[in-house]
Every structure is written in structure tokens, then in C-alpha cells.
Ligand binder design. Structure first.
Ligand code: FPP
Ligand code: MG
Length: 351
């Protein structure tokens, strides 16, 4: 039985609160992200401008996407949840989004993914050295934003962010190591997703909360909320990689199966002792290039072997855990409502 989804308020314009919060976070952080990137030396500023969508391949103006702003929205809502006003959380919101973009630029290099947000990935346009260096630059920029004077001592926030980056790179290393293995367990997957995606979402909430005046205990509870949400978000990402629509995701569908990624739906399907699991195991054991039809067939095997259903169950479980800790976090009613709305919209997305 699917868990019933609590009805969430609509904004005056009729859109869901979650979408509204994402758009507001984009509007609040976008100009600051751009201003920060434009303060970098010109080569790095140009590369960041391409990746973040305001420049085209030749450095002219463009209308590319900066992404959904999920992490800034979590940071800003966590600031409210701790009793602060949104502007208190703006620095952390920008910092976590810069870290997120550093990780995307490097991830596309690692996976040799050629498409990102409907455009050619940075490395595919400018080459590997530029992509590596601009990722490094975005990371340094994030640390600089966070250490800008705000009245609070920045030391704690910087160390919280650095811990998350260390965990993020460990999670990415685990993910890459899984490609060579045939015995990855669901528990190992969950640990990887918690590190690769949960760490930064948890950090977004913790940093936002600290900026809003949270004590350590409240910041830790909000971090736990973001971490569970991050695992759920990663599994939804895995599902979109199998079932999603390329027009919505801006990435080729089936890319994870083509790379023999051990995503949760695939691991659950492989563990199912069905004929489809055996057929899928043969696909994963081969190293031939898979055609579009073969990728669709493999995706069908994942669904028929129960992998999609199992992954959706895990999404619901992680969301329940997230809401449980949110309930303990003594969040303001508005903050709690906003974090709940974000958790729903981020796990019901199509891109
Ligand atoms: C998509 O976020 C990103 C994820 C689901 C996280 C995947 C994790 C990594 C890429 C970590 C890689 C780490 C290193 C160190 C290379 P999104 O849907 O919010 O993206 P958007 O900003 O485009 O909306
Ligand atoms: Mg990857």
C-alpha cells in the first residue's frame, strides 16, 4: 500500500508550495552565484558561466538552466525552521550550491557524461583540464562565500561544509568502485547514497539552521532530515535514469544501465531470484555497447523483476525517517511546513 501523501498548501498563484520554494531559492541565490563567479579570474568565470547557464560555448549571453536549486531551498527553509529570516541563510545557500556544481562538473568527467541540464557537459565543450580546474575553482569559491564576514564566526560553518565535501568525495569513490564489482549489496548502496548525495543535502540543512540561530542539537536533527531526504532523492534520480524522459531530465535515458551502474532499482532487481534478474545479470556481465532497444529491454527487466517497486518502497521509507527526525527538531511551524513541501516536491520530480 503506498503511503498516503499529506495534502500540502498551494501558493496564491496555485502552484505547489514546494515548487514555489524552489523558484524562490533560485531567484534569491542565482544573482549572488553569478556575482561570485564573475569575481573569479576570467577563465574560471567563463567556465562557471557556461556550466551555470548564463554563457554559451563562445562566451556570449545564454539562457541555460542553473538547476533546480534544491540545496539552496533546503538551506533557506532550514534557516526559517531555526527561527531565522531567509536572508540569514543566503551565504550558506550559495555555498552549498557552488559545492553541488563543483561535484556535477567533476562527476560528468568521471562518468564521461556528455549532457548536463540539456546542454553539452562542460568537459565535452572545453576539455578535461578545464572541467577539473573549474570544479576546483567552484569549490574554493564556496569556501570563500562561507567565510565572508557575517557577524558570526565562520569557522564552524566552514568545517561543517568541509566535512560534507570529504564525505561527498568518499561517496563518489564508492560509486565508482561499484562499477567493477558484481557483489554490491543494498546496504552498501545506501551507505554510498548517504555519502554521495545525503551528505550535501544534510549539510545544506545544517548550515541553513546554524545561520538561523540553531543550536548544535537542532542543526544535527535538521542535518539528519536532509540526509534521509538525500538518500530518497538519489533513488529517485536512479529511477529517472531508468524510466525518465530525456526531454525532462536533460540527460540521456538509460545512461546508468549503459555504464552498468549499480543503482538501487538494479540491485533490487538482481536480488529478486526471477528469470528477469538472471537476464539482467547477463546484461551487466557483458561489456558490449548497448543499443537504445537493448537499454529499453534492460529497463523493462528492472521493472518486471520488481526493482522499481522496491526502490519506490525505499524512497517512502527514507522519507518517513526524514519526517520522523523533522518532528523532533523543534522547527518553527513555517520551517517545518516548507521542509515537508520540499521533501515532497524533490521526490516527486520528473527531472
Ligand atoms: C543531481 O542533483 C545530483 C545528484 C542526484 C547527486 C549525485 C552526486 C554527485 C554528482 C556527487 C559527485 C561527487 C563528486 C565529488 C564528483 P539535482 O537534480 O539537484 O541537479 P540540478 O542542480 O541540475 O537540479
Ligand atoms: Mg556519477
Amino acid at each position: 500500500m503506498p503511503t498516503p501523501v499529506a495534502p500540502l498548501p498551494l501558493t496564491p498563484s496555485g502552484e505547489s508550495l514546494g515548487l514555489h520554494l524552489l523558484e524562490s531559492a533560485q531567484a534569491a541565490t542565482g544573482p549572488k552565484m553569478r556575482a561570485q563567479c564573475e569575481r573569479m579570474p576570467s577563465r574560471m568565470a567563463g567556465l562557471a558561466g557556461y556550466h551555470l547557464g548564463w554563457l554559451d560555448e563562445r562566451g556570449g549571453p545564454a539562457q541555460g538552466s542553473m538547476g533546480k536549486a534544491a540545496r539552496p531551498a533546503l538551506a533557506l527553509a532550514s534557516t526559517r525552521a531555526a527561527g531565522g529570516s531567509a536572508s540569514d541563510g543566503l551565504g550558506p545557500a550559495v555555498a552549498v550550491e557552488l559545492v553541488h556544481n563543483f561535484s556535477l562538473v567533476h562527476d560528468d568527467v568521471i562518468d564521461r557524461d556528455e549532457l548536463r541540464r540539456h546542454r553539452r557537459a562542460l568537459w565535452a565543450v572545453f576539455g578535461l583540464p578545464s572541467a577539473l580546474l573549474s570544479g576546483d575553482a567552484l569549490l574554493a569559491l564556496a569556501l570563500r562565500v562561507l567565510s565572508e564576514p557575517t557577524g558570526d564566526p565562520p569557522g564552524r560553518a566552514v568545517s561543517v561544509l568541509c566535512d560534507a565535501v570529504l564525505e561527498l568525495v568518499e561517496g563518489e569513490a564508492m560509486d565508482v568502485s561499484f562499477e567493477q564489482r558484481t557483489d554490491v549489496t543494498v546496504a552498501e548502496y545506501t551507505a554510498m547514497a548517504a555519502a554521495k548525495t545525503g551528505a550535501l543535502m544534510g549539510c545544506s540543512c545544517a548550515l541553513g539552521a546554524l545561520a538561523g540561530g540553531a543550536d548544535i542539537e537542532q542543526a544535527e536533527l535538521l542535518r539528519a532530515f536532509g540526509r534521509h531526504l538525500g538518500v530518497a532523492f538519489q533513488i529517485v534520480d536512479d529511477l529517472l535514469g531508468i524510466l525518465g524522459d530525456a526531454d525532462a531530465t536533460g540527460k540521456p535515458v538509460g545512461g546508468d544501465i549503459a555504464a552498468r551502474k549499480k543503482t538501487l532499482p538494479v540491485l533490487a532487481a538482481l536480488a529478486s531470484s526471477t528469470p528477469q534478474a538472471r537476464a539482467l545479470a547477463r546484461v551487466y556481465a557483458s561489456d558490449t555497447h548497448l543499443t537504445g532497444a537493448e537499454l529499453r529491454h534492460a529497463a523493462g527487466l528492472v521493472t518486471e523483476a520488481g526493482g522499481v517497486q522496491a526502490a519506490r518502497r525505499t524512497v517512502r521509507r527514507e522519507l518517513s525517517l526524514a519526517f520522523e527526525v523533522l518532528g523532533e527538531a523543534a522547527a518553527t511551524p513555517a520551517g517545518r511546513r516548507d521542509l515537508t513541501a520540499l521533501a515532497h516536491v524533490l521526490t516527486q520530480r520528473d527531472h
